[in-house]
Design a protein around this ligand. Sequence first.
Ligand code: 5GP
Ligand code: ZN
Length: 114
Amino acid sequence: MSDCLFCKILDGQIPSAEVYSDEHVYAFEDINPGAPCHVLVIPRRHIATAHDLGAQDQELVGRLYLAAQQVAEKKGVVESGYRLVMNVGAGAGQSVFHIHLHVIGGRDLSWPPG
Ligand code: 5GP
Ligand code: ZN
């Protein structure tokens, strides 16, 4: 956990552009945005992947989605629609092993994703 990039962001060791913050959840601009709106919502507690979530995390998972709503409002993508994505495991494209919900919007989004 100590060399987790997103724990370092939570610590303030690595700067980030805050979009939303509360006691349990933090959201910040993706450093390499794939769309006009590309924000990452993370729990303040380190959890490596969505597959590591347990019954004790049910409330926290809900908080991630509620924070994503706040992000979408702030970024102005509610009307146009937005996508919430969580990659699970390296094979699915996860590159940072601290769970994060991508909030993506502001352009046409194709389906299925690549
Ligand atoms: P993943 O590939 O794990 O689903 O998503 C990781 C995301 O974290 C990527 O979209 C990547 O651009 C973003 N990211 C990686 N390093 C940093 C960083 O230092 N700061 C910020 N703000 N985003 C980062
Ligand atoms: Zn972490």
